[in-house]
Write a protein that binds this ligand. Sequence first.
Ligand code: SAH
Length: 356
Amino acid sequence: MMTEKTDIKSLTLEELEEQLREQGEKSFRAKQIYQWIHEKLVDSFEDMTNLSKELRRRLADSYELTTLHMVDVKISEIDGTRKYLFELPDGHVIESVLMRYRHGNSVCISSQVGCRMGCRFCASTLEGLERNLRPSEMVDQVYRIQKDIKERVSNVVVMGSGEPLDNYDSLVRFIRLISHEKGLHISQRNLTVSTCGIVPGIEKLAKENLSVTLALSLHAPNDQVRRTLMPVAHKYALGDVLKACHDYFEKTGRRLTFEYSLVRGVNDNLEEARALALLIKDQQAHVNLIPVNPIKEREYVQSDEKTIEQFKNYLESRGINVTVRREMGRDIGGACGQLRKSFMEEGRDTAWRHMH
Ligand code: SAH
């Protein structure tokens, strides 16, 4: 009978040590293997050249080294943003984005194939959830990109397709692997997890003793408007979500980010800016305004420049720290699950070339 191989890239160093000890190996072997996987980013057991041929063969017999296949990459001529499509071992396709900033290279990763949260303006959720990503598939998005650009990735945002707190265990493992000192050692302070507001998940994350930044997709200053945009708002009331966020801040000391996608005529008037300012006045937070990126399946439209400016100015006048997130890589097509979607719709061979 075929037994399924263990996904070695999802194991912590401690787990790997334990497993190798059981196989009669010295514990430093586990460290060597871990470093090959998570620091030197090799693609095969064959490449682990300080291990005996015999051990490499045994590893290959019992473990699988999950590696994503880069289907293609589009590079922006405007700002150097790179949008990647990766194929998973089972044939599913996900997207990741590299953004280049003065302060370093930031990668936005997906946490699930598809999503079941149903936010009205988001392309990732249109076809529901296919499956969760494994921790190995989350780290490997960063590993592939770092190998591709041959530069260090300094920041990771879990803000691509999927709801990270709906794939909780993989998320936490991902954070531990990517920040581990024997791996890429990306500081937890440079990691951001974005959630639509799953209260029990936020509460649990606060207790993990991590120091990652939490970003909340707020998108409205009250439950009534929020529910028209985000079905999850029927399940968790804004008051409870904000309380969980505040506790997260208290426990971790990490300042929060509130994301607010501006949709014309839905959540962008000055009344709403006022309500928002009141709502978050006691939070240690930064507001990120995102002019909505229209998807063809929905009728939502971006707010106009003047409205965005007014909204921003109002919040600033109340002493709130605000930035407007401008779309990166405008010349290379959509974002937020839109690349993957057009890829799936048009067929893998031709879609990528005709994407925009
Ligand atoms: N599920 C998580 C992370 C993924 S989405 C979350 O909800 O936070 C990352 C951010 O992009 C969220 O704030 C999401 O609401 C926003 N977003 C998704 N599609 C968008 C679109 N078409 N235009 C603007 N923002 C969008």
